[in-house]
Structure formats: structure tokens, C-alpha cells
Design a protein around this ligand. Structure first.
Ligand SMILES: NC(=O)c1ccc[n+]([C@@H]2O[C@H](COP(=O)([O-])OP(=O)(O)OC[C@H]3O[C@@H](n4cnc5c(N)ncnc54)[C@H](OP(=O)(O)O)[C@@H]3O)[C@@H](O)[C@H]2O)c1
Length: 306
């Protein structure tokens, strides 16, 4: 089987590539960077420049499944120019692939797109499952809604579509977790805002496991890519502190301070959604880290300096 991955050089993409190669698949990937192109027997990089509508269509040779992970990080400051990039790097990329597939002979039957739990409106109490229809009207809600619509268009080409509404991915080396852990290890940990907002997290092993499961079982539709046990911000901070034998002695960081420091993107840390992977759990997918204690065991034992 040959699989095409966009965003294969990122946190999830690198780990997914390894799993696909270990299954004996051939992995093609699209990158915007010449120096990220490698050509090996089973792993081949192809260049694209989605903002100019340019793509190397050799990337589709023999491909049956596409995993669309590309997208500019939401963790950079949200200026109006950067907000445009967040949106366009997800939508234009999907459009460039769609236009290419429409124009060539191909064997693609499955399109799996990353998506985000920020499609759901922030709430301290409401539990969202894959059947929830509530949609947030803030910036990220709009981005995710448009991103999913772009993915859905692939069904017009008779391609099955799956969307993975991803929570905050925890990895020892990259992404949100090292940023959350760092102040706690420095004895400067503090809950953010009320501390009562939920973080719907997922360990990197499981988000990759979910993509792998969707690929192998040819699943379609929406799946929440979150662990079954979301955690409140204050509880997470306390649990990490316990692991490092630190105390949380500072008061919560007030919301207005985070609003001033981070601007609109403070929503990333102050708002949260309580999200359940109910539909994923109804499949036979087995979570490797279904609770935070299991995830922290892996994340902290992986640190050289812990
Ligand atoms: N990690 C999380 O906590 C999380 C949570 C929710 C949703 N997601 C979504 O899951 C997907 C993968 O996440 P990730 O954490 O692996 O992302 P990541 O580490 O930030 O990597 C994203 C990849 O997208 C490509 N990219 C970046 N800007 C681009 C642009 N302007 N145009 C085209 N390609 C661009 C890059 O590939 P090249 O440099 O090779 O071109 C990069 O390797 C993303 O869409 C992300 O929004 C992630």
C-alpha cells in the first residue's frame, strides 16, 4: 500500500510515517521545503507550494490513501496576517490536492484529514461526542469548520472521507506538553485562569494509533482524537508537580494577564472543551494511554533530565 502524507515533517506526521513504514507501506509525503525532501526505497518526498497552486503530481503515483496533516501551527502570535496563514495552510492545501486529483488518473479511495476539538464551543460542563452538532463561532471554530468542509469535498470524487478532531497532543519532546511542564519543573507552576477549564489531551502514541486504525479499517466520518479522560488545567498542573516533587505555591495566573500577554490566542489556554472519543471507543481501538497517569509515566520516563 502507498500512502501520501501532508505535514509528514511535523509532530504527528513524523511518528505516523514511522508506523506506516513499520507496516511495510510505501510513504510519499508533500513538503514545502526542498531540504526536507528525501528519497529512499520506501519513503519519498515531493515538493509543493500550495500558496502558488504548485504540486508535484508524481506524489500521487500508486497512492490509495491520503492523510492531510499540513497546517501552520496555531501556537504563533495571531496577527491578522498569521490568522490568514492558519486558515489558508489548511484549506488551500486541501484544494490543491483536490484540483490535482480531479485532473489526473489516480487510485485514491480514502482521504483522512486532521481537524480540531476547537470546533466545539468552549464549555466547563458540556460533554461533546462525535454526534454533537454545536459549533464554536470564534476564530478556531471557523477555521476547523472550513477545514472540515474542504475535506468533505473529496467525497465528490468518490473518495471516502474521515476527519480526526484532535485534542492537545502530548509528546515528551515537542508541542504543548514540554511548555506546560517547564514552569512546573522550575518551581514556577501555576494554574491558568480559573484552572477549571478542561484540556482534552491525547498522547502522541494514541493520535498516531488512531490514524493507523482509521487507515487500516478504512473508517469514514468524524472521530474525536482525544483520550477518554480530559483533565482540568489545575489538576494537570498539580499532577505534573507531584511527579517532580514540586509544590504549586503560586496563585492562579489571572485571565486578564494572559489576555494581555497572549491576545486572542489566550483562548488556547483559558478556554477548553470536554470531549469524549465515544465513537472511537465503539470501534475496537485500544487506547495505549487512556488516563493522564499512564501518559505522564511515559512522558516523564522519556526525559533524560527528570
Ligand atoms: N499537535 C496538536 O496538539 C494538534 C492539536 C489539534 C490539531 N492538530 C492538527 O494536526 C495537524 C498535525 O499537527 P502537528 O502537531 O503534527 O503539526 P506541526 O508539527 O506543526 O506540523 C505541521 C506540518 O504542516 C506543514 N506546514 C506548516 N505550515 C504550512 C503551510 N503554510 N503550508 C503548507 N504546509 C505547512 C509543515 O510541513 P513542511 O514544513 O514539510 O511543509 C509541518 O511539518 C495540524 O493540522 C494541526 O493543526 C494538532
Amino acid at each position: 500500500m502507498t500512502i501520501l502524507i501532508t505535514g509528514a515533517t511535523g509532530l504527528i506526521g513524523k511518528a505516523l510515517t514511522k508506523v506506516c513504514l513499520s507496516r511495510g507501506f510505501t510513504v510519499h509525503y508533500l513538503t514545502t521545503r526542498q531540504n526536507a525532501v528525501v528519497t529512499e526505497e520506501k519513503k519519498k518526498g515531493f515538493l509543493w507550494n500550495p500558496s502558488k497552486n504548485e504540486i508535484d503530481v508524481n506524489a500521487f503515483n500508486g497512492v490509495s490513501t491520503i492523510v492531510h496533516l499540513a497546517g501552520a501551527t496555531v501556537a504563533n502570535r495571531w496577527t491578522s496576517a498569521y490568522k490568514k496563514e492558519i486558515l489558508e495552510s489548511r484549506i488551500n492545501t486541501a484544494q490543491v490536492i483536490y484540483d490535482a486529483l480531479e485532473a489526473i488518473e489516480h487510485n485514491v479511495v480514502h482521504f483522512i484529514s486532521a481537524s480540531g476539538v476547537s470546533i466545539y464551543p468552549p464549555s466547563f460542563t458540556k460533554l461533546y461526542t462525535e454526534s454533537s452538532t454545536d459549533v464554536s463561532d470564534d476564530f478556531l471554530g471557523t477555521v476547523v469548520t472550513t477545514w472540515e468542509k474542504a475535506a468533505d469535498t473529496f467525497s465528490n470524487l468518490d473518495i471516502q472521507v474521515a476527519k480526526v478532531r484532535t485534542g492537545v497532543v502530548f509528546s515528551a519532546e515537542e508541542g504543548a506538553y514540554p511548555k506546560i511542564e517547564k514552569p512546573v519543573k522550575m518551581n514556577l507552576g501555576a494554574a491558568l485562569g480559573s484552572g477549571k477549564q478542561y484540556l482534552s489531551w491525547i498522547h502522541l502514541d494514541d493520535i498516531v494509533g488512531i490514524y493507523d486504525y482509521i487507515i487500516i479499517n478504512k473508517l469514514e466520518g468524524v472521530y474525536n482524537g482525544v483520550a477518554p479522560t480530559p483533565i482540568k488545567n489545575a489538576t494537570l498542573t498539580k499532577k505534573i508537580a507531584e511527579r517532580y516533587h514540586k509544590k504549586i505555591w503560586l496563585p492562579n495566573v489571572p485571565s486578564f494577564v494572559l489576555n494581555i500577554a497572549m491576545g486572542e490566542m489566550s483562548t488556547l489556554v483559558l478556554d477548553g472543551q470536554l470531549v469524549s472519543p465515544a465513537k472511537m471507543q465503539k470501534t475496537k481501538y485500544m487506547f495505549m494511554h487512556s488516563n493522564i497517569d499512564s501518559a505522564l509515566n511515559q512522558l516523564i520516563s522519556n526525559k533524560k533530565d527528570s
